[in-house]
Design a protein around this ligand. Structure first.
Ligand code: SF4
Length: 267
C-alpha cells in the first residue's frame, strides 16, 4: 500500500503567523495577566488546546473580556466587535492574516465607490462575518463587486460568479481573493486524486479550508474520510486499497500528519 502526501501539508503562512504572534504574547505573560483570543485563534481544536495549556484563553464574545490582552484571530473580526474592544481597557493584538486583510480592503474600496458587494462564502464563518460587517447593508446599485472567502474552491467561486452574471447590472468587478495557499492545497489534492483510491483529509472539523478539501475529494468519487486525529482511523477503510492520499488543512500541524501516517503504516 503506497502513501502519497500532498505537496502542501502543514500550517499555512497565516496560521503560522497567528500562532507565532500568540506564542510571543504568551512568553511575555505577567502574573495575573490574561490573554484571550477572540474566538478560536485558528480552526484546529488540538492546537487551540495546546495554546490554552500555555495560557491563551478563548473568549467567544467581547463582553466576556474585562481586562488584559485580546488577540484577533487569523480570520479577522467584525467591525462592530473591534469597536467594542477598542472601548475597553485592553491591549489589542491583530493576528488577522494579510490575505484576509487584503479582501477586507477590497470591500472597503468597493463600498466607498458605491458598488453592491457580493461575498461568496460561508456566511456563518468568522472571516465572512467580518467582511459582511465592513460591507454593511447591501446597496441598490447596478455596479457589482464580487469577492470570495479566502478559502473557497475556485470551481465553486466560478459557478457562483456565473449565476451572478445572469443578474441585471451595468458594471461588474470580480476579485480573486482566494489565497495562494488555498489554491495550491486544492490543486495538490486534485493531483493525488488521479493516483489514489482512498483519501484521508486531516484537519479541524470546524476548518472551512479542510472541509473544502474533503468536498473536493468526495466530489471526485474517491473514498474519502475527514479526521482530526489518529484514533479516528479505521482499519477497514484501507482493505483492498493500493494508494492512500494524505492531504491536510491550513491549520493542521505537520506533527499530526506524521502521527497519522505512522498509524496507517502499522495497519
Ligand atoms: S488559509 Fe490563506 S487566508 Fe487563511 S490563514 Fe492561511 S494563508 Fe491566510
Amino acid at each position: 500500500m503506497k502513501i502519497k502526501v500532498a505537496r502542501c501539508a502543514g500550517f499555512c503562512f497565516g496560521v503560522k503567523r497567528a500562532i507565532n504572534i500568540a506564542e510571543g504574547a504568551l512568553r511575555g505573560l505577567k502574573d495575573g495577566e490574561k490573554i484571550y483570543s477572540l474566538g478560536a485563534l485558528i480552526h484546529n481544536p488540538q492546537v487551540v488546546e495546546e495554546l490554552f495549556k500555555k495560557g491563551l484563553r478563548v473568549a467567544a464574545r467581547p463582553e466576556k473580556i474585562k481586562s488584559g490582552t485580546v488577540i484577533i484571530s487569523s480570520h479577522g473580526a467584525p467591525a462592530e466587535v473591534l469597536e467594542e474592544i477598542k472601548k475597553k481597557k485592553v491591549q489589542l493584538i491583530d493576528a488577522t492574516c494579510p490575505f484576509v486583510k487584503y479582501a477586507q480592503n477590497i470591500v472597503r474600496k468597493l463600498k466607498k465607490d458605491g458598488y453592491r458587494i457580493i461575498i461568496v462564502g460561508d456566511s456563518a464563518h468568522p472571516e465572512v462575518r467580518a467582511l459582511n460587517s465592513i460591507a454593511g447593508k447591501s446597496k441598490r446599485s447596478k455596479k457589482l463587486g464580487i469577492i470570495s472567502q479566502t478559502t473557497q474552491s475556485k470551481v465553486n467561486y466560478i459557478k457562483e460568479i456565473q449565476k451572478i452574471l445572469n443578474k441585471d447590472f451595468s458594471e461588474v468587478k470580480i476579485f480573486n481573493t482566494i489565497c495562494s495557499d488555498t489554491s495550491k492545497r486544492q490543486s495538490a489534492t486534485r493531483g493525488l486524486l488521479k493516483d489514489c483510491d482512498l483519501m484521508i483529509v486531516i484537519g479541524g472539523k470546524n476548518s472551512a479550508n479542510t472541509k473544502r478539501l474533503w468536498q473536493i475529494c468526495k466530489e471526485s468519487g474517491v473514498d474519502s474520510f475527514h479526521i482530526e486525529t489518529e484514533p479516528e482511523l479505521k482499519k477497514g477503510w484501507f482493505k483492498g486499497k493500493s494508494c492512500i492520499g494524505i492531504t491536510s488543512g491550513a491549520s493542521t500541524p505537520d506533527s499530526m500528519v506524521k502521527k497519522i501516517i505512522e498509524r496507517i503504516r502499522r495497519f
